[in-house]
Design a protein around this ligand. Structure first.
Ligand code: PRX
Length: 584
């Protein structure tokens, strides 16, 4: 643990923070009282769309810009809360005309285009469950998720359709309808319609469905060490946590220009790239283009971004490019910078001061927690390298599990698994395809996160590592099993083991160890062919490095020892794999 600290001087705040006294808010907070941040239906019913969209679109914020959309080609479009609501209402109408029911799953496979946001809210308005997919996935991960999630309707673009969906559609009997966003207009393909034509047929108004707090709303796929991806299901109640964390952790004020750089194909891009900012009534930036340092600085400068939520990978890349590039632009609009998704190097926190005149605030949470659980707050001292303090209303402890026994770790600096007392509003409600795995995450009313951490004397949490084999690459969680399964479908591959190899920029990269079937030679040509095969099947999560081996190391029961491969890769003693995850 580092000892340097960045204290906050209240006189320098551009605005009084929404939470100026962390300790007293933590002590007095209750989720029930926090409901005053929402505008629930008169009978207490919920809908995420009501909180994040309707109450603004139908109230004083109707003409306020909800989304400032920046296109790849330099286009700039502003979408008011009212515009967004009209489009969402039409999408909800289209779902009804296609006989989609409450609880049906609507999948979105879209780049960051305006239609994504209308479809997201329209589906929620109609009581459907929304499942976003990362548009850089290849056809294999897409098919797996649509199949497991029993997607009934998919919204995608013509390009994604022809390059990925057409080939897998036969595998998806549950998929009744596809709406295509594109230039070509109506199609002749059965049950496939043009998005805009369908929407134009609908009335401009739709009454958002009142839902119970526990009714499902969002489905986010995530990965574990073994088996297929897990579909973490979240309820409408989650909006309470999104709104409260937006207000007290990200410190959103109504006049903020907020930019969350995460893609909505991942949980951050939904919870904080859509719901939390809009529920707090701010204007948010959506950039269609991928990460590019100069473009990003220009966006902050031109759009006068005030609160920025980004990733350690992006910050490390900016750090590498040097603080001068940041200082060459006028980034003085910024008042707070946050990061999430992977360990944030203490150097990056301090570098923020040099480049932006602001420290980086680390935040910690997971797909399963649905919202920020631990964070560095606007008013609190920052300890570089620490994830911060638990969010009010969230009871976080370090616990060691041995069988039935739970050992609470209270000793300063001792390692334990991060566990959260069950019951916060954005807690996932099940893994749709694995209720047993879901139950396995809980014990005696505590949710076990799989992350190891330490705590200091003032309650700040310090990340140590994962207790399993999942890979974190550029903040994206990747399950080794899914990658191994795809690699093994190549005719030359007999066995596959996939690990996260430490990488200075991306945190980890996906590395595959492969043994070959008889009759195949470990040639550079074959390696190239397997790389290409991986990219075609998996897209952005394909292995970036491949090593051929005669055979892969296995336990006596025949299980491939990924950890041993990782120890060898890191040059650690093979007998001592205990520090493997901690070393990433
Ligand atoms: O291991 C932790 C890491 O990301 C995991 C959750 O990944 P995912 O479900 O994809 O959600 C990512 C965005 C919320 C965690 O179990 N992680 C997340 N934030 C941090 C982190 N590791 C270290 N420091 C963080 N701030």
């Amino acid at each position: 643990m580092r000892t340097d600290r960045i204290s906050k001087d209240a006189s320098k705040f551009r605005k009084p923070p929404n939470m100026d006294d962390y300790r007293s808010l933590y002590r007095d907070f209750s989720w029930d009282a926090a409901k005053s941040l929402l505008s629930l239906f008169p009978d207490g019913s919920y809908n995420i769309a009501r909180e994040a969209l309707d109450r603004h679109a139908l109230g004083k914020n109707a003409e306020k810009i909800a989304i400032c959309w920046l296109g790849i080609e330099g286009e700039r479009r502003t979408i008011t809360y009212r515009d967004l609501k009209h489009q969402a209402d039409r999408f909800a109408g289209a779902l009804q005309s296609l006989k989609m029911d409450i609880g049906d799953r609507v999948f979105l496979l879209l780049d960051r285009i305006p239609e994504l946001y209308s479809a997201f809210f329209g589906a929620l308005e109609a009581g459907c469950v929304v499942c976003p997919l990362f548009s850089a996935f290849g056809p294999d991960p897409i098919a797996t998720r649509l199949e497991l999630g029993e997607g009934a309707l998919l919204v995608t673009t013509e390009d994604q359709y022809t390059s990925k969906i057409e080939k897998i559609r036969d595998r998806l009997p549950e998929l009744k309808h596809i709406l295509l966003v594109g230039e070509n207009g109506p199609t002749n393909v059965k049950n496939t319609y043009d998005y805009h034509t369908q929407l134009q047929k609908q009335p401009e108004l739709f009454e958002t469905m009142p839902m119970l707090a526990d009714d499902p709303a969002l489905l986010h796929f995530t990965s574990g060490t073994t088996g297929k991806p897990k579909g973490a299901l979240h309820a409408h109640h989650a909006v309470l946590a999104h709104t409260a964390t937006g207000k007290y952790a990200l410190d959103l004020h109504e006049d903020d220009i907020f930019w969350c750089t995460a893609d909505p194909g991942w949980v951050t891009g939904i919870s904080y790239g859509i719901i939390a900012p809009l529920s707090n009534g701010v204007t948010m930036i959506v950039d269609q283009a991928d990460f590019e340092i100069e473009r990003w600085y220009e966006i902050i400068q031109k759009e006068k971004v005030t609160v920025w939520y980004t990733s350690p990978t992006a910050l490390r890349m900016m750090m590498k490019a040097g603080a001068a590039a940041a200082r060459a632009c006028d980034l003085s609009s910024l008042r707070l910078i946050f990061s999430v998704g992977e360990p944030l190097n203490p150097e990056a926190v301090v570098w923020g001061l040099e480049a932006f005149g602001l420290p980086i605030h680390d935040t910690w949470w997971q797909t399963e927690t649905g919202a920020i659980m631990i964070s560095n707050y606007a008013s609190q001292e920052i300890r570089p390298g620490s994830m911060g303090l638990p969010f009010p209303g969230v009871n976080v402890r370090l616990i060691r599990r041995s069988g039935e026994k739970l050992e609470f770790i209270d000793k300063i600096g001792e390692e334990g698994e991060i566990a959260i007392q069950a019951g916060w509003p954005s807690m996932f409600r099940t893994y749709i395809n694995s209720a047993e795995k879901y139950r396995g995450c809980f014990q005696n009313g505590w949710y076990f996160t799989g992350d190891l951490a330490k705590r200091d004397a003032d309650g700040y949490f310090w990340f140590v590592g994962r207790s399993d084999d999942v890979i974190k690459s550029s903040g994206h969680l990747i399950g080794p099993f899914e990658v191994e399964s795809a690699m093994m479908e190549h005719p030359a591959v007999a066995e596959a083991a996939v690990i996260g190899k430490p990488d200075e920029m991306a945190g980890q990269i996906v590395k595959a160890f492969l043994s070959l079937r008889k009759g195949f030679d470990a040639s550079p040509v074959l390696k190239e062919e397997i790389y290409a095969f991986g990219r075609k099947r998996l897209g952005a999560v394909a292995p970036r490095e491949i090593d051929f081996m005669d055979s892969l190391p296995k336990t006596r029961s025949g299980k491939i020892m990924r950890r041993l491969l990782k120890a060898r890769e890191l040059g650690l003693p093979e007998g001592d794999t205990s520090t493997l995850e901690a070393s990433r």
